[in-house]
Design a protein around this ligand. Structure first.
Ligand SMILES: [Zn+2]
Ligand SMILES: [Zn+2]
Length: 215
């Protein structure tokens, strides 16, 4: 679900250090030259333009090192190397039934103990205390309800007023059924919730959202 990510340096690297290599293994018995050319092409097409203004670059050294991350200027531990933001992201309907995430940034809107309670049953209750603690270690900073709901429908919640405003300006003003059961999106939602295979319509949801963003 976490499509927006920041890549941080794990430790200090000085100029020229290779901090990651062999990202993609090739099958030596199977058309190596062709695959190596393809790797080089992908690096030039995708990574070279992406890394133009960054302290790192992706380079290709041929067999056996192949593709790796190359440090152009010194980076320090925990320094953010680059941040990637998706053009569009969404939480699928089937996942919404169990977990609630921010309708804009996908940050979790549930506390660790809420998530544990959706996974475990009453019989597990005596163990839940410890489980909550264990999950809490890995959990993002605690967000206490109430979250910020869309003021016009009960479909979406957000982690902050800022995300609610951004979502409304970006796509939700088009997609919000505003409590109207005859709104086309209300029909789509009813249909989507009723599907036996919940992942089949994720692509439709994404397409709908992309259309809303350019309208
Ligand atoms: Zn958010
Ligand atoms: Zn709404």
């Amino acid at each position: 679900h976490k499509l927006a990510c920041a890549f941080m340096a794990a430790e200090d690297y000085s100029h020229g250090a290779v901090c990651l290599q062999k990202c993609s293994a090739l099958d030596p018995a199977n058309g190596t030259e062709y695959h190596e050319l393809l790797q080089e092409m992908r690096i030039r097409q995708w990574f070279v333009p992406e890394c133009k203004d960054l302290k790192i670059s992706v380079q290709y050294w041929g067999t056996p090192k192949r593709r790796g991350l190359y440090v152009k200027k010194q980076v320090f531990e925990s320094e953010e190397l680059f941040r990637e933001s998706p053009a569009v992201c969404l939480q699928s309907y089937c996942s919404k039934k169990q977990y609630r995430m921010c309708g804009y940034c996908l940050r979790s809107c549930m506390r660790a103990e809420d998530v544990v309670r959706t996974i475990f049953t009453k019989e597990d209750l005596p163990r839940i205390r410890n489980l909550c603690e264990a999950v809490g270690y890995e959990w993002p900073p605690k967000i206490d309800p109430p979250q910020v709901p869309c003021p016009h429908c009960d479909e979406e919640i957000y982690c902050s007023a800022n995300c609610q405003t951004k979502a409304w300006e970006s796509f939700h003003s088009v997609l919000c059924p505003c409590g109207d059961p005859d709104h086309p999106v209300a029909h789509f939602n009813a249909w989507a919730y009723a599907q036996p295979d919940p992942y089949r319509h994720v692509y439709l949801e994404l397409t709908l959202k992309m259309c809303a963003m350019v309208l």
